[in-house]
Design a protein around this ligand. Structure first.
Ligand code: ZN
Length: 467
């Protein structure tokens, strides 16, 4: 709409004092406009006539978050339903806003791991600012969270918290001893014997009993992780200095977390005085990136019921990681947790962006697809996938109008899913990006299509979790 002579985003018009701040665009960029007696602290160019133009940079994002608190992340992990939306491109939030504005689910619009930061050449400032600016532009005022996802060091935790992230997911995998072998002769420390050995723990009618062997296994595999999480908690959370929720992640590891092990970790953390909102166990079967659940669904249902009961009775929520596209198990997750869960997605938002590219610019999609195939083996080093390239159709034989169907093929999904970093960073000899700039241009022009694709696809996740 035309507003004060600018091509303005209607929902972004906000008053503060005697000034008006809104977002507008011209052919080149999107920016903030301040109309009033001064620039309100924004680093802005004076356009004369009491108008100022401010770029969408980190400094201005910080000013905006202070002036308009609805653009700053808040805590929400303790709400019944929360949902993480890793937006690696920094362009998905408008679509997420369309979906979550009408849902009783707390969205974490900003969620990224350090691995993803590295692969996309972004910073946590970028991740947070993209979400804040989108929320401002779309006039979304229901609150959203920011998750420093899969952090492994105190330094990274501090980095995210100091920027105002409202959730930290502590990745304990480097402190989990998967290869631990129980030594039958080694004595059990008395502290553990008194607490657990041959005791029966009743969890909503389910009996958990620790045999000596199982207890030794729990201690051997997980006690390092408990110490690590306790240390991080004491360092950053105990004082209440940062207003953030704490998630314990023990999922990025080879061995499945049994219900007994889950109980042990939670009990030990609670007894050490650690307060946390969620735990992400490693469930049975496979939660591979961007495709449906692989494994024994009956066993999954049985185990998630116990995991959910443990979490409920000890006072926190289950967190389900790699939740993109796990359609066949969502109903069980919704039911077992009685509608109290945190589910994280990331790659599927990127895949919807690429599906949009396949529909709207087939020639560019073909180029990217062929490049992704050529670097798939390299990308595989960073992700666990069981992709069988022989099941992938040769796109030479796929008509333009059918290219989007590739996104119903697990092999194609995974090829595109795990190569995102290489696709976005590929450069030509002259130093320019081979695909990145062209893709972003497309997504800017086709914003409407990407938004509806996200509403439909992420909406399906929510429906099944609620059903
Ligand atoms: Zn995880």
């Amino acid at each position: 709409m035309n507003y004060l002579g600018f091509d303005a985003f209607e929902k972004s018009i906000n008053e503060t004092g005697s000034s008006v701040v809104f977002m507008a665009k011209d052919n080149e960029q999107t920016f903030l406009v301040i109309s009033g007696e001064n620039a309100l602290g924004f680093n802005a160019a004076d356009l004369g006539d009491n108008k100022y133009k401010a770029e969408l940079n980190h400094q201005n994002a910080c000013v905006m978050r202070k002036l308009f608190p609805f653009t700053a992340p808040v805590r929400g992990l303790k709400r019944n339903k929360s949902f993480g939306l890793g937006d690696r491109l920094g362009i998905a939030t408008p679509g997420h806003v369309d979906l979550f504005a009408g849902k009783d689910v707390f969205p974490i619009f900003a969620q990224q791991s350090i691995r993803e930061l590295n692969l996309t050449c972004r910073t946590y400032e970028d991740v947070l600012d993209a979400a804040s600016f989108a929320v401002f532009r779309e006039g979304y005022k229901k609150g959203f969270g920011a998750d420093g996802d899969h952090l492994k060091t105190a330094k990274d935790v501090e980095y995210a918290l100091s920027l105002g992230f409202t959730m930290i997911t502590l990745d304990c995998s480097e402190h989990i001893k998967n290869d631990f072998i129980v030594n039958g002769d080694a004595p059990l420390p008395e502290h553990y014997t008194n607490k657990y050995l041959n005791k029966t723990f009743d969890i909503e009618g389910i009996s958990l009993v620790f045999s000596e062997e199982e207890l030794k296994q729990c201690i051997g595999v997980y006690s390092g992780a408990v110490v690590f999480a306790s240390d991080i908690y004491k360092q950053f959370f105990a004082s209440g200095k940062y207003n953030a929720d704490f998630e314990i992640s023990i999922d990025e590891t080879i061995s499945v977390t049994t219900p007994l092990q889950h109980f042990f970790v939670a009990r030990e953390l609670l007894d050490a005085g650690v307060s946390f909102a969620t735990i992400a166990p490693r469930f049975c079967g496979e939660f591979q990136k961007g495709i449906d659940y692989i494994g024994d669904i009956a066993r999954f249902e049985k185990e998630i019921n116990v995991h959910a009961a443990i979490a409920r009775s000890l006072g926190y929520k289950l967190s389900i990681h790699s939740g993109s596209d796990k359609f066949s198990v969502f109903p069980f997750i919704g039911r077992a947790t009685q509608g109290k869960f945190h589910v994280k997605t990331a790659g599927t938002n990127w895949l919807e962006a690429m599906r949009t590219a396949a529909i709207t610019e087939p020639a560019l999609y073909r180029e990217v697809h062929n490049y992704a195939l050529s670097v798939f083996d390299e990308a595989r080093k960073y992700y666990h996938v069981t992709t069988d390239l022989s099941k992938l159709p040769d796109i030479k034989n796929v008509k333009d109008e059918d290219l989007h169907k590739l996104f119903e093929n697990n092999e194609a999904r995974q090829v595109i899913h795990i190569t995102y970093g290489l696709i976005l960073s590929k450069k030509n000899d002259d130093g320019s990006f081979t695909y990145k700039d062209r893709l972003y241009k497309l997504w800017r022009e086709r914003d409407g299509e990407y938004r509806s694709a996200l509403v439909k696809h992420i909406g399906k996740h929510l429906e099944l979790l609620n059903g």
